[in-house]
Design a protein around this ligand. Structure first.
Ligand SMILES: Cc1cc2nc3c(=O)[nH]c(=O)nc-3n(C[C@H](O)[C@H](O)[C@H](O)COP(=O)(O)O)c2cc1C
Length: 192
């Protein structure tokens, strides 16, 4: 017989990200972040390749990266309004965890499966932060894939990229629920 854990199920049925722009200090401290990352790393990972790692961005790293986004974004021809929004999001963030996808050579595990595992880490991190009482938001944007940002900003290796910038901080307001998918319309039962 199943042994339900209604509190966990209730969390999963009601969980909701907190928009990054509504997050304020304080951010979790190092020990609190370590706990969240431990939970986030507990994901399905075909072949136990660990095709991901974490870069925790805090303190002076955030304005430094905001300045780099302004510089690179201008060179890319990004629209000034959108660029300022993106850079401001880094400058004002209480803390960001870059979940780095680290593709591993494997004769049996295709890269797409490694990418799926990195995505699972991102959701696991958002959920762990929400469950611990923090606000959290999984964002990407062009810096997640821009080689200049990844090399100069984060010091990543040539095959590495960012599966998610997970913003974590203190929530200042609870957002309204957003429309959720009609799961019955997305589900087919195949029984024969
Ligand atoms: C890979 C990925 C990248 C995302 N990037 C952005 C982004 O750059 N900007 C944004 O506003 N939302 C982005 N989102 C969506 C946010 O995470 C959004 O807050 C989320 O869909 C809310 O979902 P929830 O209410 O179920 O927690 C992204 C989502 C995913 C899965």
């Amino acid at each position: 017989m199943p042994e339900p854990r209604p509190e966990v199920l209730d969390f999963l049925l009601t969980r909701r990200s907190r928009p990054a722009k509504t997050l304020a200090p304080p951010a979790p401290d190092r020990a609190e972040v370590a706990l969240l990352l431990t939970a986030a790393a507990r994901v399905p990972d075909h072949g136990k390749l660990e095709p991901w790692r974490f870069v925790v961005l805090s303190g002076g790293a955030l304005p430094r990266l905001a300045a780099l986004i302004r510089e690179l974004g201008a060179a890319r021809g990004e629209a000034p309004d959108a660029l300022e929004k993106l850079a401001g999001g880094f400058a004002r963030a209480p803390l960001i965890v870059a979940v780095v996808a680290v593709p591993k050579p494997s004769p049996t595990i295709p890269e797409i499966e490694q990418t799926l595992s990195a995505g699972a880490v991102c959701l696991g991190l958002v959920n762990a932060a929400l469950a611990a009482g923090w606000g959290a938001n999984w964002l990407s944007g062009w810096p997640a894939l821009d080689r200049g940002f990844l090399d100069r900003g984060l010091g990543l290796g040539p095959a590495e990229w960012v599966a998610g910038f997970v913003h974590i901080g203190t929530e200042t307001r609870v957002p309204p629920e957003r429309p959720r998918p009609d799961v019955s319309g997305l589900t087919d039962w195949v029984t024969a």
